[in-house]
Design a binder for this molecule. Structure first.
Ligand SMILES: NC(=O)c1ccc[n+]([C@@H]2O[C@H](COP(=O)([O-])OP(=O)(O)OC[C@H]3O[C@@H](n4cnc5c(N)ncnc54)[C@H](OP(=O)(O)O)[C@@H]3O)[C@@H](O)[C@H]2O)c1
Length: 259
């Protein structure tokens, strides 16, 4: 165990903790002597989370939550806060991805991505604000995506709610800071998880979930609002965002797979 970590002894609720980056964050936080509430739709019966629970019985609590069932969110938030008598950090890591061509547009997928990639965070922050307001050193971290920089072909159902989440984070940061809550946004690139397994193209800078988790956890203890990685993809997408739209769209037109 790493006892010198700034997260030593802190209490963190990770929503979206059962797979990929979220699961790697749970492991790493436990290894830093942190208390973790790990949530996903079936967190309480998830084999890998149960294994971690048996390894760290006093440090890990599992809580089922489906962020699309918004009426359950106030009660779930209450429960998450009750395990360790309060929370220091909340990480919103939920995200779903269904790339679609015009020919296979499915409204259910659009709605689901809007709920998981954006509205879930809104409902949670609403329920959590009163609980964090009087908490010293309170931190919220939202795992957004470099995809929020610019809408790329076929991925708009995913990236549009992520862009909304980033915009919301920018809007809320000053007021939350006044209320004593540090809000952080992480915009990172491709990570090898079940999400990117849906991509049929070469992914620049593809990372392992453990490496991404390490950088995200580090972002929680930094003073900066936004953390972006890896450098190359962050630079390319950041540039696309600033280019005249006609130039950027000429580039994305070349990404269409018409043949
Ligand atoms: N992978 C990448 O390349 C990449 C790049 C940039 C940003 N991100 C972001 O990183 C985060 C983690 O992604 P990942 O790649 O690790 O994906 P993942 O392995 O699919 O993990 C997503 C997590 O969200 C949870 N989740 C999905 N729907 C949910 C719902 N309705 N209610 C509660 N939890 C739900 C999943 O749990 P259950 O399904 O078990 O409920 C899982 O724990 C996402 O926000 C994603 O957008 C990923």
């Amino acid at each position: 165990m790493n006892h010198s970590s700034p997260l030593n002894g802190q209490r963190t609720w990770i929503v979206g903790a059962s797979e990929g980056i979220g699961l790697a964050m749970v492991s790493q936080l436990l290894n830093q002597n942190s208390y973790v509430v790990a949530s996903a739709r079936k967190a309480e019966t998830h084999p890998e989370l149960l294994k971690l629970k048996s390894d760290y019985p006093e440090y890990l609590e599992l809580l089922d939550i489906d962020v699309t069932l918004t009426e359950t969110i106030p009660e779930k938030s209450e429960q998450a806060c009750s395990f360790f008598k309060g929370l220091d950090n909340w990480i919103y890591n939920v995200g779903t991805y269904h790339p679609m061509h015009l020919a296979d547009w499915d409204l259910k997928h659009f709605d689901f991505m809007t709920q998981t990639n954006y509205s879930g965070a809104v409902h949670l922050m609403h329920a959590l604000l009163p609980k964090f307001k009087d908490q010293p050193n309170a931190k919220w971290l939202w795992n957004v995506s470099l995809a929020s920089d610019f809408g790329l072909p076929y991925g708009g159902g995913y990236s549009a709610p992520k862009a909304a989440l980033m915009n919301l984070a920018e809007s809320l940061q000053p007021e939350l800071a006044e209320a004593g809550i540090q809000l952080k946004a992480v915009n990172h690139g491709f990570v090898k998880t079940r999400l990117t397994a849906k991509n049929d193209f070469a992914m620049l800078g593809l990372m392992e979930p453990e490496a991404a988790a390490e950088k995200i956890i580090h972002a929680l203890s930094k003073d900066t609002f936004e953390t972006r990685f890896p450098f190359n993809l962050a630079f390319i997408l950041g540039t696309m965002k600033r280019l005249p739209k006609s130039w950027a769209l000429a580039l994305t037109k070349r990404m269409l797979n018409n043949g």
